[in-house]
Ligand binder design. Structure first.
Ligand SMILES: [Zn+2]
Ligand SMILES: [Zn+2]
Length: 127
């Protein structure tokens, strides 16, 4: 089940709406891999090679991008067999080096002004 979360900064009043969690569409590895860059796809395929039904955990995580200064939802996949976790790119600016991934119940600092701590509100669901 995916959640729509609205993040608001009490300091600069910037707000973002992001879709976190996972939807029904993400139940097969083939569909999940589409949201990762080509080289990550190849690495993941190598890791699950030989598994009849690949085991993976996938969800969109709340993240802050320090490059474009946005709060975003970033695809994250974990392969239990290898213990590796792969993170996709920032959907706003297409880079991955500047992402900070947050837990579901984290209270991130505002990436825009760096002053306020964002209020996180669950405002809907998606699947
Ligand atoms: Zn702010
Ligand atoms: Zn970005």
């Amino acid at each position: 089940m995916g959640m729509i979360q609205t993040l608001t900064c009490p300091s600069c009043h910037e707000s973002w709406e992001i879709a976190t969690g996972q939807g029904i569409l993400h139940s097969t590895l083939d569909r999940v891999l589409k949201v990762f860059p080509q080289d990550t796809q190849m690495e993941i395929r190598k890791e699950v090679q030989g598994q009849l039904i690949p085991v993976f955990h996938f969800h969109y995580s709340m993240a802050a991008c320090s490059r474009c200064k946005n709060m975003v939802a970033v695809p994250v996949i974990h392969i239990p067999e290898s213990g590796h976790t792969y993170t996709s790119l920032c959907p706003q600016c297409g880079t991955s080096a500047n992402l900070e991934i947050f837990d579901e119940d984290a209270v991130p600092a505002c990436p825009r002004c760096g002053e306020g701590h964002l209020t996180v509100e669950d405002t809907g669901r998606w699947d």
